[in-house]
Design a protein around this ligand. Structure first.
Ligand code: FES
Ligand code: FES
Length: 157
């Protein structure tokens, strides 16, 4: 067993876990934070996507033992994503919802770094996240629309 210290969604946490466990397993099973999902566990689907020290990472590809005080954000810990969430609803950008938290993490990160992405830039950003339900275009349109809403808000400021 190893003591793993991290800052999860803004709160310092410490947990004892088998050194072979994956970050996604520790987040979900030991820290009871279920927004990031377990899909393939091979780095292919993106359901487990989190922000690790501000960078998009697949938490099934990170050994929990490699974490040492790092900042980890799941969908539960993202700020100001209401416009994105509303855009996903308005554009029917999910059906079963299994991929949605990972998509939202990637989309929020994209809009933070590039507030006015093109559709091609959005497609590139979500290219590591699989959705079995939507054929992707509603997701692309939702993210594009959320970017326009944010643009309009900043124009009014
Ligand atoms: S569960 Fe991590 S990429 Fe699929
Ligand atoms: S909404 Fe079902 S996998 Fe994306």
């Amino acid at each position: 067993m190893k003591t793993i210290n991290l800052v999860l969604n803004g709160t310092p946490r410490s947990v004892q876990a088998d050194a072979r466990r994956l970050l996604i397993e520790v987040i979900r099973d030991e820290l009871d934070t279920k927004g990031a999902r377990v899909g393939c566990l091979t780095g292919d689907c993106g359901a487990c996507t989190v922000l690790l020290d501000g960078e998009v990472r697949k938490a099934c590809l990170v050994l929990a033992a490699s974490i040492d005080g790092n900042d980890v954000r799941t969908i539960e810990g993202l700020d100001a994503i209401e416009a994105l969430q509303q855009a996903f609803v308005s554009h029917n950008a999910f059906q079963c919802g299994f991929c949605t938290s990972g998509m939202l993490v990637v989309a929020a990160d994209l809009l933070k770094k590039n507030p006015s992405p093109t559709r091609d830039q959005i497609r590139h950003a979500i290219s590591g996240n699989l959705c079995r339900c939507t054929a992707y275009e509603p997701i692309v349109e939702a993210i594009h629309s959320a970017a326009r809403i944010d643009d309009a808000r900043s124009d009014r400021r």
